[in-house]
Write a protein that binds this ligand. Sequence first.
Ligand SMILES: [Zn+2]
Length: 261
Amino acid sequence: MTLVVTEAIVLHSFDYLESSRILRLVTREVGVRSVLARGARRSSRRFGSALDLFAQGSAQLHIKPGRDLDTLGNFDVERARAELASELTRFTGAAVIAELTLRFGRDDEDPDLFAATAAALDDLSLASAGEAREATLAGAWRIIAALGFAPGVDICSECHAALEPNDAVRFNHPAGGALCARCARLAPSGRLLPAAARHALRSWVNGGRAQLGGDADERAHQRLLREFLREHLTDDRPLRAFEMWEQDPLNASPLAASVAT
Ligand SMILES: [Zn+2]
């Protein structure tokens, strides 16, 4: 048994047996982990608010080699991020961020993934309801870049020719990004990425933010991101939080409403 003390963020949590909970964490030192919080349901004294979704702090993990489930010794919360639960568009966005990190992260040290996840959740905490969708897109692309598969935006993803920075380009998912005109003629599938959308994507993969042109623009970006993720997933399991996010939260489906409470 090894004791690891690491910064961690709670990304998923569910009841286990009568008295415990299982959490899924992203950590700075040991990547994505499943941990058993023994007695967490019986007594709130032991962990307090530490086990709330999106809380970040210092966690003690007891890790047994060859076992998938660690045991949580202690968790000192440094950042609760209660703002994420107080507004539906922020919450659904944060659920998308958590889903991406859990789905693509590994159980190895990954400080970049940890930092990108923390920054995405921090930005979302500060976003107004109207800004939350852009903040989610920004966070998702930042996580993709931290994972090492950011799309090519300024270099052709097939032949590596430099692309004019202000041109519209064809975005080809199997190739992993933008194509030059010659390669685009050979691979005619994929979406046309207008210059403004390309600027936004460039900013997001570099950890920045972008101004979008409204609802239609945001929906086009959601679609592009969904198609990109689908290309990189190794199985057909749905991205449930992502699907919920793409539904209009103002139409507040019963499913979305039940997750927010
Ligand atoms: Zn090319």
